[in-house]
Design a protein around this ligand. Structure first.
Ligand SMILES: [Zn+2]
Length: 460
C-alpha cells in the first residue's frame, strides 16, 4: 500500500531510513532473525564520510568493503541489530601520509562500537534518573566502564559551567567512610589508621546547591578551592557559615578577608547538648563510682535532658526536675548544666527566620549575659569550657543572630551525599564520589534554572 511517492520520506529519504533516524546512514534492508531480532542493513549516505581524516580530501578509490555492527539504542520490544556496510578507501593525495581509511560518521565515530546516541542516552539516564551505572550498563548492554564514561561525559560538561553567584557560602565537613582502627601488636594500643573527610562548599542561602567538594578538612585545601574561583565571584560572597572550626576560619580569613564569618547555630546547640551529656557522665562516675544504670534518675532522664524545654510536656518536665532534685548534689549539678544549655538555646533562638525580624541588640546582650551568668554560677568544668568557646567565637555567633544565616542546608546535602554513597555501595574512587555527590546536590538548582529558561517572562 505504501508505494510510489508515499514511499519517499522527508527530503527524499526512504521510510525505513527515516524511522532509524541515524544521520548519514541509509537503510538498505530490514530482515528478521530466528530469535525475532530485526537485522537492519545500512549503508553510508553521506559523501563526507569518504573524506580522509588526515588531509580531508574526498577519495574515490575503493580499497575494500567491510561490515561493522555498531550497537544502537533499544527500540521496540525485539532487539535491533545494525549491520553497517562500509567502505575502506585509499587516500590518493600525494603528500598525505595516510595510506587508507575506513568511513566514519559523527553519529558512529571511528573505532566506536556504539552509536553516539546510545552513548549519550546511557549517560543521561544514569545522570537524570540517578540510576546506578551497573543498571544502565545492563539495560543498554554495554560494559560498566563504557556506561560510566558516558555518565562522566554527560555530567562533566554541566558541572564545569561557571558557579552561580553566591552571597552566603556554607563550609561543612562530612566523613568519608568509617574511621579505621588498628591494634599495635607490641603495645596492644589502638590507633587510627584512616579517617577520611570531605569538605563541602554550598550555597547556604540561595539555590546553587553544592558548589564544590574537596578532599580533607584543612585550612589549606579549602583556601585553595576558594582561590581557584574567579575574583568577581569571590567578591560577591558577603558571609561564610562554618561550624566552630579553626581551620575553616583560617581558610576564610586567608581567601575571603572581607567576608563576615558566621558560626552555625545548630552546631552550637549540639555543643550545648554534648556539654550536658559530658556533665551527666562525669558526675555519675564521680559520685556513684560507676557508669549510669537504668534505675538512676539522671540516666532515666538522659533523653529529656537533650530535649528543648518547650518540647517537653509539663508531666515530662516535672519528672525530669523532681527526679534530679531527689538525686541530690549530682542531680543539681546536671540540672544546672541543663539550665545553661537552655539559656544558650534561648540566645540562639533570637536568630531571625523567614517571617521574623532581626532581634535588637539589647535582647541579644541580655540573653548572652544570662547565659554567661548561669555558666559562672556552677563549678562544672564542661560548662566553663562551653562558655569560653562561646566568648571566643562571639563575633561569628552574633553575626548569625543578626543575619539568621546557618548551615542547615549543607546538613541536607550531607544526607544526600551519604545516600549516594549507600546507593553505590561505597566508592573506591574519590573522584567518582565527588562527581556523583555534586551532581546529586546541584540537580534541584539545574531543574529550577531550566524551568526559568522555558518561561522567560515569568516573575518569581
Ligand atoms: Zn589523506
Amino acid at each position: 500500500m505504501v508505494q510510489g511517492t508515499h514511499a519517499q520520506g522527508r527530503g527524499g529519504q526512504r521510510p525505513a531510513t527515516l524511522l532509524l533516524g541515524i544521520e548519514g546512514l541509509a537503510v538498505a534492508s530490514v530482515g528478521l532473525e530466528d530469535d525475532g531480532a530485526r537485522v537492519v542493513e545500512v549503508v553510508t549516505d553521506e559523501e563526507t564520510a569518504a573524506a580522509c581524516p588526515e588531509c580531508g580530501v574526498l577519495s574515490t578509490s575503493v580499497k575494500e568493503r567491510a561490515t561493522t555492527r555498531p550497537r544502537d539504542v533499544p527500540y521496540g520490544v525485539a532487539p535491533i541489530r545494525l549491520v553497517w556496510h562500509k567502505t575502506r578507501w585509499r587516500c590518493r593525495e600525494t603528500r598525505c601520509p595516510r595510506g587508507s581509511f575506513t568511513e566514519s560518521l559523527p553519529s558512529v565515530p571511528a573505532r566506536s562500537r556504539l552509536t553516539t546516541r546510545l552513548r549519550s542516552e546511557c549517560g543521561e539516564r544514569i545522570a537524570t534518573d540517578a540510576s546506578c551505572v551497573q543498571a544502565a550498563a545492563a539495560r543498554y548492554r554495554v560494559s560498566w566502564p563504557v556506561a560510566h564514561a558516558a555518565f562522566v561525559a554527560h555530567v562533566d560538561a554541566e558541572l564545569a559551567a561557571p558557579l552561580p553567584p553566591v552571597e552566603v557560602l556554607g563550609i561543612d565537613e562530612t566523613r568519608r567512610g568509617k574511621p579505621v582502627w588498628a591494634q599495635d601488636p607490641d603495645t596492644c594500643r589502638w590507633h587510627l589508621v584512616a579517617d577520611r573527610w570531605l569538605t563541602g562548599i554550598v550555597d547556604a542561602a540561595g539555590t546553587g546547591g553544592l558548589l564544590g567538594h574537596v578532599d580533607g578538612r584543612t585550612a589549606e585545601v579549602v583556601a585553595d578551592w576558594l582561590r581557584d574561583q574567579p575574583q568577581a565571584w569571590l567578591d560577591g560572597v558577603t558571609h561564610v557559615c562554618i561550624d566552630l572550626s579553626g581551620s575553616y576560619a583560617k581558610a576564610v580569613a586567608d581567601a575571603l578577608p572581607d567576608a563576615v564569618l558566621v558560626a552555625d547555630r545548630f552546631h552550637l546547640v549540639r555543643l550545648g547538648n554534648d556539654m550536658v551529656t559530658a556533665v551527666r557522665q562525669r558526675a555519675t562516675r564521680e559520685l556513684r563510682g560507676r557508669r549510669g544504670r537504668k534505675k538512676d534518675p539522671e540516666w532515666a532522664s538522659r533523653r529529656r535532658l537533650l530535649t528543648g524545654h518547650e518540647r517537653l510536656s509539663p508531666v515530662a518536665f516535672a519528672r525530669l526536675w523532681n527526679g534530679l532534685i531527689d538525686a541530690g548534689d549530682l542531680g543539681v549539678e546536671i540540672l544546672h548544666a541543663y539550665a545553661v544549655k537552655e539559656a544558650l538555646r534561648d540566645l540562639l533562638a533570637l536568630a531571625p527566620t523567614p517571617g521574623t525580624s532581626v532581634p535588637d541588640r539589647s535582647a541579644i546582650s541580655h540573653r548572652l549575659w544570662r547565659f554567661l551568668d548561669l555558666a559562672a554560677a556552677t563549678d562544672s568544668p564542661e560548662v566553663h569550657r562551653l562558655a569560653a568557646t562561646i566568648e571566643a567565637w562571639w563575633p561569628a555567633i552574633e553575626a548569625g543572630l543578626v543575619t539568621g544565616h546557618s548551615n542547615a542546608r549543607s546538613e541536607g546535602y550531607n544526607r544526600l551525599a551519604k545516600h549516594q554513597g549507600r546507593n553505590a555501595f561505597g566508592f573506591r574512587n574519590t573522584e567518582n564520589q565527588r562527581r556523583r555527590i555534586r551532581w546529586a546536590c546541584t540537580r534541584q538548582h539545574r531543574r529550577a534554572s531550566a524551568k526559568n529558561r522555558e518561561v522567560p517572562g515569568q516573575v518569581r
